[in-house]
Design a protein around this ligand. Sequence first.
Ligand SMILES: [Zn+2]
Length: 418
Amino acid sequence: MESLKPTYFLFLLITFSACKSTAQWEGQGPIQVVETKDQTISYQTKQTWDAGNGVFFSNQLEGARLNGVQRINDTLVQVTILPENEPINPSPWYAFKLWSGNTQEFWIEFSYAGKGFHRYFPKLSSDGKTFSNADSSNFFQPKDEKGRPEKAFLKVNASADTLWVAAQDKIGTAHVQEWKEMLLQKDFVEVISIGKSKEGRPLEILKIGEANDQEMLMVISMQHPPELTGFLAMQAFVEEIIKDTPQAKKFRSKYNLYLMPQMNPDGVAKGHWRHNVGGIDLNRDWVNFNQPETKTLAYFMTNKMKESGGKFVFAADFHSTWEDIFYTNNEELDGNFPGLIPKVIKKSSKRIPGYVPNIRPNEGKERGVTSNSYFFFVHQAESMTFEVGDNTPRDIIKMKGSYLGQELMKILNKKKCK
Ligand SMILES: [Zn+2]
């Protein structure tokens, strides 16, 4: 830490004890902008394939991704999975269903036509709603010389009963809607429509709390369609906030949490690898605001502040990657509640035996193109991106999300004045 002049300490002391405003940094420097104007995407042809031997494959369901089916031999069918457009980050989502006139075992070969490597361990479902991991003895992924799985093989047992195969435990947007409806049963939760996606799906925020909007929180997830594990952590986090505990009640009387659980509904519905239907990575559009999903949320936040005269003290964006990582802002820069994020992460992580969180503070001091940067540099909200591992056990995800919620409320409830 740099040495600070005594007058600066005095300034900090006065600022914190008055709880009116917090120390600000100066000179953000130039913003690195990424092009986010619409790109052309290729749409899947929705269809059912006759794969021979009485076997059928279909992508005729919301959230599906399946671009081609080809029988290789009696016991092997190749499926081709392609991205919506390129360049694109390696996040090859797949989801489809299959059935067979006669019960039979055969292998499915996942092929990405050189555009990606297999990433998601297959999940299976017999009702399209509840998924569980395929038996590991029925799955293998040969690696190339650099250790990357160019293809993968899954043995399935097909019958007249439909079998769903997907990259994660949920497909499509319906489960999000169901969860939102559950939250809306609470009388302190209301829905705010902020606009529509390019395909006309509602862009909705839930307001959770009964406070006066002087201190607010913003939580978002699923900018990137396949990132369900981030969504699951966000769910556990939010489910703490809505509880009937004295802690949660107190929290809701002091703070309103604004939640956009599904930032990219079109991308989810289309089974995209990463982008919205404008062919854009939404998490690169928080400076340009060329896409409706980012533009409407930014408008909502700015307007909310103007209208209420309040401020956002905390913001979180939940994602998924190979392992659990917290991306935070430069710890030398202060927002509306200096030190909040490291404290919340450390306190919640400590409760999980043996868990040492991987925290990566941004070393830069300039605004970037991501949500995390927007929340911090524009709104001075203490913000973090929580990337949850693709394969982190679901009970651990739940624990991490819940503890984050509990510790955040504990710290914010202790805050002396507004
Ligand atoms: Zn992401």
